[in-house]
Design a binder for this molecule. Structure first.
Ligand code: PLP
Length: 441
């Protein structure tokens, strides 16, 4: 039997997209970010203490397309771009579904997730601006790892504030970050005023993303050659991730694929935005009328499905600008789940606007169901998905089962945002039957 043409659709390095797509040009009624103190719309100057000029311009841009610098395209090759679009034949067979299931392979990056796509763009612009150090926070560890790796490509240093709980629970993440040459501190730390203050008041705290963000921003604000880098939520991060979706469009062309469902998981929204926004542009232009675009979130942090569309802070301390977004409230601390990358109270303002305008839909799942999907995928396709990606996978499997019941040969495409080889503890619990249910209905 010949290998089918759509088994795995590869592109060559020269097919790496030449420009990013900025959906801010095509979404009406976007609300500006609001300054936390003056309550005025945020201006370019307000960001200067923590971001370099090119990043600020991209954050506020309404241009539809922004050219990807040659150096960044070249560096994307080290992240194994372009990534394949692959068909999940064995999963289809196992489910006995007439549906076709495809997945975009962000797990093939040496970093194990999509996060490098924006990390390297941010490292490039900062290095160009004469910045010598980037600071950031990391919870689960994927983002800190990504920034640590790409800073070598652009000769810049990285300091990572890692939430103390994860720092203790995941010592190998620290080893990876150190191997790439970056510095990693358990947060709260002794290296910032805010960290020292928290430690004094709560010496036993295991930290939080909110505290780590405050520490990273403080360090960036205090040194003119140090800037801050963020791994999700903000507009420039959504922009950089659109290489995923632009590649996918090329692959749809080659494989003559017309999707009925496009599915990705959402934490802050970046892999979802990157994967679906270029396609949504085509859909808004009148093509692909019947395709449903689905954001999948955990029941533990259901910002789109249960949150409110309102102005809210990005962090717990209320130091970031107010963003118009779906939020569970900046004081909401999601219960501990293994999909640490999805544990966020808010949602990208661009993804939020697309949802508010009914251009996309959303569902939520409990982690017991998503890990079961991950185990099925491992046993059929041979890949252990990241706990985050299992959310998209679970939704794809549900749609494929629906197709079986209705005997419809629909086409389902989901984004495999990363692999789970560094997050095996959740799988261990799932296999032993000790995985706690995480959400409420
Ligand atoms: C960080 C992460 C996510 C969630 O972040 P988004 O910005 O919503 O994409 C999802 N999957 C993986 C593998 C991650 O590392």
């Amino acid at each position: 039997m010949a290998i089918p043409k759509d088994a795995r659709i590869q592109l060559s390095p020269e097919d790496i997209p030449k420009r990013w797509y900025n959906i801010a040009a095509d979404l009406p009624n976007l609300q500006p970010m609001i300054h936390p103190v003056t309550k005025e719309p945020v201006k370019e100057e307000d960001f200067k203490a923590i971001f370099c000029d090119d990043i600020i311009k991209q954050e506020l841009s309404k241009e539809r397309y922004i050219d990807i610098p040659e150096e960044v395209r070249d560096a994307l090759i080290s992240l194994n771009r372009p990534s394949p679009l692959q068909r999940a034949y064995r999963l289809e067979k196992y489910l006995k579904t007439p549906a076709k299931i495809y997945f975009k392979r962000e797990d093939m990056s040496p970093l194990g997730s999509h996060k490098g796509n924006t990390a390297l763009a941010q490292a490039y612009y900062n290095a160009n601006a004469g910045i010598h150090t980037l600071t950031t926070e990391t919870g689960a560890g994927q983002w800190g790892t990504a920034l640590a790796m790409v800073s070598n490509l652009f000769d810049i240093k990285t300091t990572v504030f890692m939430v103390k709980g994860s720092f203790m629970a995941k010592p190998l993440r620290k080893t990876i970050i150190n191997t790439y040459g970056a510095t990693v501190y358990a947060s709260p730390s002794e290296y910032t005023d805010f960290g020292r203050k928290v430690l004094k008041e709560h010496p036993e705290t295991s930290g939080s993303l909110g505290i780590a963000i405050s520490e990273a921003c403080e360090m960036a604000a205090k040194d003119e050659h140090t800037c801050y880098a963020l791994g999700s939520v903000m507009n420039h991060v959504m922009l950089h991730q659109t290489v995923i979706g632009e590649e996918t469009l090329q692959q749809f062309g080659i494989g003559e694929i017309e999707p009925d469902y496009m599915i990705a998981c959402v934490g802050g929204g970046s892999n979802f935005a990157g994967f679906t926004f270029p396609f949504l542009r085509e859909k808004m232009a009148g093509k692909h009328k019947d395709c449903e675009i689905i954001a999948v979130e955990p029941k533990a942090a259901p910002s789109l499905t249960k949150g409110e569309f309102k102005y809210d802070y990005g962090d717990t301390a209320g130091m970031t600008p107010l963003m118009m977004m779906y939020s569970l409230g900046s004081q909401y601390i999601p219960p501990a789940i293994h999909a640490g990358g999805l544990r966020y109270h808010g949602m990208s303002p661009l993804v939020s606007a697309a949802f508010d305008q009914h251009k996309i839909s959303a569902v939520s799942y409990d982690q017991t169901d998503t890990f079961a999907a991950g185990i099925t995928f491992a046993r059929t396709e041979g890949i252990i998905p990241a706990p985050e990606s299992c959310h998209a996978l679970k939704c794809a499997i549900d749609k494929a089962i629906e197709c079986k019941e209705k005997n419809e040969a629909k086409t389902i495409v989901f984004n495999l945002s990363g692999h789970g080889l560094l997050d095996l503890y959740g799988y261990e619990q799932a296999l032993e039957g000790t995985l706690p249910k995480s959400g409420s209905d």
